[in-house]
Design a protein around this ligand. Structure first.
Ligand code: SAM
Length: 183
């Protein structure tokens, strides 16, 4: 299996496309991308060593992979203990979530709870553990201007209420999750 030397770059940009994060090593399956390593995120393991990155970014990628749980487990394997994982993905109520037919998953702000402290009651789905450092939800501009975005992001109970009752009207846009790998 090819392995890349990551001594110079300790940030992995997964599904980097043409917008690879400056200084990062990029992986993608598209040869026209800026990837340093061409690989299919649906084939495991990815051709990189355990714990070889301090940080990993997956920006508008997780909604494309065939197996979210397995991909998250790979992200967990690839970062060092305490390493950070940034996931950016559309909220399922945003226009962009469904207008791209290559999106396999339509997620909400609780979609990664299986990796958290109580594993959403489904701890047996995965043994990879992440601490949720932050979750930020952007709403459509109108709702941001009238203050809903502030409420959603500053009051976790309000975010849950919004997901349950309001989000089909007060629609989300994009979510940013930052996790710390617990090993
Ligand atoms: C929406 S683009 C995002 C690109 C970049 N992260 C950005 O924010 O501009 C999704 C990227 O994921 C890559 N991708 C999707 N599924 C993949 C897979 N199974 N294996 C490898 N790369 C994949 C695509 O080639 C594409 O570059």
């Amino acid at each position: 299996m090819p392995e890349v030397d990551v001594t110079a770059a300790r940030i992995l940009d997964v599904g980097c496309g043409i917008n690879k994060y400056p200084g990062a090593i990029g992986i993608d399956r598209n040869p026209r991308s800026r990837a340093d390593v061409l690989c299919d995120l649906d084939r495991f393991p990815y051709p990189l060593r355990d714990s070889s990155f301090q940080a990993l970014r997956a920006v508008h990628v997780i909604e494309h992979v065939s197996d979210v749980i397995r991909a998250m487990e790979e992200f967990h394997r690839l970062v060092s203990p305490g390493g950070r994982v940034l996931i950016v993905t559309p909220h399922y109520t945003d226009f962009s979530s469904f207008c791209d037919p290559t999106h396999r998953w339509h997620l909400n702000s609780f979609s990664f709870r299986y990796f958290g402290p109580d594993h959403g009651g489904f701890g047996y789905y995965s043994s990879a553990r992440f601490r949720e450092v932050s979750v930020h939800v952007r709403l459509l501009a109108l709702w941001r201007y009238v203050g809903f975005e502030f409420l959603v992001n500053h009051f976790p109970r309000f975010r849950r209420f919004w997901e349950y009752y309001l989000c089909y009207v007060i629609r989300g846009k994009v979510m940013e999750f930052e996790f710390e790998a617990i090993k």
